[in-house]
Ligand binder design. Structure first.
Ligand code: EPZ
Length: 417
């Protein structure tokens, strides 16, 4: 497979348009199954996870057409309840089709979802919540068959604000009988985006943006159009690229309100951050100062998806920092590859100890998952000499074209086949 080659030492300068949000568009695509008609999604990111979700929609009978950055989904006829393992095992968000298919057809056969190897990724909360709504799960052909004679609204207490479980229950609830109250739910911007999309199609949802959503089932949803918002994790990745390699960049379309926790850390480190309606400007002059401690947390805390890129920025800042990962127990695995470049990061349990600034030396490293792979590219921007990041397919799952974006910002970066 192709690898990404970076010649370090160039600061990032200029403007980059931030793509549509992967983690917003994937559940919205799944939600299209609930609409017996056409849904138009604009500003969809051109990434492999979206292509995979479109294949899954086609497998159940929907028509999906792509027109530039828009996807037109016609789910008038759903002809199958079987999701092929080939696609389901490629990404975590395939599991979100469960709630949508149960809402539409009251049945689905799927396999345990795949996705980034960033730690344990059970679906017990999804299953338990859907069972409380009347869904029966049985093991079948190495996968799961889920059926519901009828979906009944009820009060559901999520033991953890799981993003995926919140999405699955939402999608099962919008066409269910009665009222579903989801307490302890996730409050990420992607949940708000899904709720707004569903409301636009006629769903009745209260408490949007809070940790308690109330859904009153409706008989059917109607055709609608939706504009996908900018990807806060891609914006945060490039912002941390500037903190790592230096420079002055405008992140067009980035939404400051969705990155408050990250902007707060960046300002504390000494970066110049200015936020406006059209995006975020980030500038790094000279050496930044490390904060003593950072802990990842559910929204609005510091996002786990930016933990790996943050490690790179900390390795280039002055001082010691303890970064603790509280969401995924395998997300610090990529530290080994950073240390091969000289990052000198010590991992104890779920905490990484970074003492910067460290002189990184370019070498061949391997991406093993999406955000860790992006972090290795950022490390290559700061390293002396040439860095080759193999397995770029992991990065392409969530970044439309990280090589194009960084090259446009002045990085010496290319693809080596
Ligand atoms: C979503 O994953 C995102 N993926 C992840 O982004 C993101 O890191 C994560 O939310 C947290 O914000 C998509 O939206 C496609 P969770 P999800 O359910 O839904 C445990 C990226 O890089 N858990 O909130 O899988 C789980 O093991 C990806 O874009 C259970 O124990 O996250 C984890 O420790 C990576 N049982 C924690 O909850 C369950 O049934 C958070 O998981 C479900 C989750």
């Amino acid at each position: 497979m192709d690898c990404i080659q970076i010649q370090g030492g160039c600061p990032l300068r200029g403007e980059v348009r931030i793509q549509g949000s992967k983690n917003a568009v994937l559940p919205i695509l799944a939600a299209c199954v609930l609409v017996p008609g056409v849904t138009v999604l604009k500003n969809c990111p051109d990434i492999s996870d979206v292509a995979c979700m479109c294949q899954l929609l086609r497998h159940v009978g929907a028509r999906v057409d792509k027109q530039r950055d828009a996807l037109i989904v016609d789910a008038s006829a759903i002809t199958s309840c079987h999701l092929p393992a080939e696609y389901v095992t490629r990404m975590r968000s395939s599991v979100i089709l469960a709630g949508a298919m149960l809402g539409r057809c009251r049945e689905i056969h799927l396999y345990y979802p795949g996705g980034c190897v960033i730690g344990d990724r059970p679906i017990d909360m999804h299953i338990s919540a859907l069972e409380q709504m009347g869904v029966q799960f049985t093991e079948e052909d190495g996968g799961l068959r889920a059926r519901a004679v009828s979906l009944c609204g009820t009060k559901i207490d999520l033991p953890f604000p799981s993003v995926g479980a919140t999405e699955n229950v939402l999608l099962a609830a919008v066409l269910a009988r009665g009222v579903t109250k989801i307490c302890g739910c996730a409050t990420e911007p992607e949940i708000v985006a899904l709720c707004r999309f569903l409301q636009g199609a006629g769903a009745r949802i209260g408490g949007v943006g809070t940790d308690c959503l109330t859904v009153e089932g409706v008989p059917r949803l109607s055709e609608s159009c939706c504009l996908v918002e900018a990807d806060r994790i891609v914006a945060g990745t490039y912002l941390l690229g500037v903190l790592s390699a230096g420079g002055d960049v405008f992140l067009r379309s980035a939404l400051p309100g969705q990155l408050e926790s990250v902007l707060q850390v960046a300002r504390r480190m000494g970066a110049q951050i200015s936020a406006c309606r059209d995006g975020i400007r980030v500038e790094r002059k000279g050496l930044l100062a490390s904060p003593a401690e950072i802990r990842t947390a559910v929204y609005p805390g510091f996002p786990t998806d930016l933990q790996s890129p943050m490690l790179v920025a900390l390795s280039q800042a002055q001082g010691a920092c303890k970064l603790t990962e509280t969401i995924f127990n395998g997300r610090l695995r990529m530290v080994g590859e950073l240390n091969r470049m000289g990052a000198g990061i010590r991992v104890t349990g779920d905490s990484a100890y970074v003492c910067g600034p460290q002189k990184l030396i370019g070498c061949r490293v391997s991406a093993r998952e999406l955000r860790g792979g992006a972090a290795l590219v950022l490390a290559g921007l700061c390293a002396q000499g040439s860095t080759e990041v193999s397995n770029r397919q992991f990065i392409d799952r969530g970044y439309e074209d990280i090589v194009r974006d960084l090259r446009d910002l002045g990085a010496n970066i290319g693809v080596k086949t």
